[in-house]
Design a protein around this ligand. Sequence first.
Ligand code: HEC
Length: 139
Amino acid sequence: MKFSGALLGALLLAAGIPALAAGNPLEAAIQDGKQVFSHETFGGKGKTCDACHSNGGVGPGKLPNGKMIPSLSNAAAIFPRFNPKAQKVVTLEDQIRACTKNALQGNPPDAGSEKLADLVAYLTSLSQGKPIDMGGKPQ
Ligand code: HEC
């Protein structure tokens, strides 16, 4: 039996082999980022991004103490933005690294690393098609 590339990609995806998904590097990065988001602890205390940003970040966010935080479904469309606490403009990468360090108490992925690119690709895929609204409100 002969498989087409697309069918093979779909099968690999279904089988959970994201890095090879559809032979498409961008799609692979998105899928890898999704895995990192829900499985990687970054050497912290065992939490993943999903612990607070539920359902891959598209669900409502909730802190361990029950406090609600925004979903990440338009995060990539509203960064960069001014963070009053940090008193500076922060990028999506900065925010991801801050959450890794502060929320997971882990080691943030290096600037330029594959893991950071994968997380950015995944989070940006959630905002695909949404209007850029720099400094806007989370959904
Ligand atoms: C312990 C809870 C917790 C964990 C775990 C966590 N975060 Fe966050 N995250 C927050 C909080 C709190 C905010 C700020 C929400 C607010 O008040 O705007 C936030 C904000 C964000 C935002 C900006 C959302 C927006 O629109 O304001 C992004 C992007 C983000 N987190 C990504 C991540 C990623 C990626 C991980 C995993 C590496 C992660 N977070 C892990 C608590 C967490």
